[in-house]
Design a protein. Structure first.
Length: 166
């Protein structure tokens, strides 16, 4: 996927459970690690002009923060410990008024297998009021650089082209 952000992830021995594969709970941390690094990457769009915001975190501003509203993970194949990094690909699947959805694929780089498909719904919230606030236009523009398809969960049929999941 050309618009995805790829985050290389070094597995740790502590990620492995008694079954010899990465424990399912660790995948949430992998998603968080990829998301936090992505939010702190230099902007790709013109919003990154002189003196302006340099990262998505700058666009969030100190007055707001992003909260996780929902996670979904579908495990497809065991991920075994190895010294070589694996990858988390991240892309934007939906942008709403004050929220956005991210898609992820956790990938075993040794054979290209997708070990998990995942999604996260995020909400931009005012620190002062605790209420959702509208996403800034510059953030929407940056999200367009990472726009990608709906997450291909096996138990959920894909949406028809141009449709929006309610």
């Amino acid at each position: 996927m050309p618009s995805a952000y790829r985050f290389p992830l070094q597995l740790r021995f502590g990620d492995v459970d008694s079954y010899g594969h990465v424990n399912n709970v660790r995948f949430l941390q992998f998603l968080e690690d990829a998301r936090v690094h992505w939010i702190r990457e230099p902007l790709k769009t013109a919003a990154a002009g002189a003196g302006g915001p340099r990262t998505l975190a700058d666009l969030v501003t100190d007055a707001n923060f992003t909260l996780v509203g929902r996670h979904e993970i579908e495990y497809l194949a065991p991920l075994l410990y190895r010294k070589e990094p694996v990858a988390v690909d991240l892309w934007v699947t939906r942008v709403g008024g004050s929220s956005f959805d991210l898609g992820y694929a956790v990938i075993d780089l040794a054979d290209g297998a997708v070990c998990a498909n995942c999604s996260t719904s995020m909400v931009l919230v005012s620190r002062a009021t605790g209420r959702p606030v509208r996403l800034p236009e510059a953030m929407r523009t940056e999200f367009a650089e990472f726009a990608g398809p709906d997450v291909p969960f096996r138990r959920r049929p894909p949406l028809p082209e141009g449709s929006v999941r309610a």
